[in-house]
Design a protein around this ligand. Structure first.
Ligand code: DAT
Length: 194
């Protein structure tokens, strides 16, 4: 258990967490690592860890304390010695059982188009764009896991490049410190259209 490297892939909905987490897990396995993929949202739903549906926000509110406890239990039950656990989800960084966090970021214009394709309501798109511009996930992750949080602007990168950087982060070959990505100009130029 202690050897298990838990890598949380977090970020605003639509930044590419699930896409990257799945491919990263495949890449790790291909390279001979013992790797396993966990979906934090599925854990929350399957174990009924929600507090109820927020009509205004348009999502199920998850009980973070219960989620954290459940995830720790799941990890304790897993035979995870020498394994890498990739944990996908925008709540993954709230789990204390975490060795590294990778916050995926993407330019708000790109994110907006992805969220429109998902048919999110205007309010939900606005909330998520604000979260992305204000780097809420990075901020939250840093509160819980200071010094372990990497932040990656994926906007101009190919998927293969993103995977390479994630591999390097996991193996300790690189550290992408937070605080270098600034999307604030989106508020200035495009606020009326959020
Ligand atoms: P998330 O899990 O963060 O909600 P996702 O993996 O479902 O995001 O991706 C959202 C959409 O964006 C999906 O249609 C796939 C696309 N996408 C993800 N990563 C991408 C990338 N690096 N380049 C282009 N499109 C990407």
């Amino acid at each position: 258990m202690d050897n298990c490297k838990v890598v949380c892939i977090t970020g605003t909905p639509g930044v590419g967490k699930t896409t990257i987490s799945k491919l990263l897990n495949e890449k790790l396995l291909k390279k001979g690592f013992k790797s396993k993929l966990f979906f934090i949202n599925e854990i929350a739903i399957n174990h009924d860890l929600t507090l109820g549906y927020d009509e205004e926000k348009g999502f199920n509110v998850v009980d973070i304390n219960k989620l954290n406890k459940k995830f720790s239990e799941i990890m304790a039950d897993e035979n995870t010695e020498n394994e890498i656990a990739i944990v996908d989800g925008h709540l993954s960084h709230f789990c204390s059982r975490c060795d590294k966090v990778i916050v995926l970021r993407v330019k708000p214009d790109i994110l907006k188009n992805r969220l429109i394709k998902r048919n999110y309501s205007d309010n939900k798109i606005k909330d998520n764009l604000e979260s992305e511009v204000l780097a809420i996930c990075s901020y939250e992750a840093n509160e819980f896991h200071k010094g372990k949080v990497n932040e990656l602007d994926t906007s101009d990168l190919k998927v293969s490049q993103i995977l390479e950087i994630c591999m390097d982060i996991i193996q300790g070959k690189t550290y992408m410190s937070i605080g270098n990505i600034d999307f604030m100009d989106y508020f200035l130029k495009d606020n009326q259209q959020i």
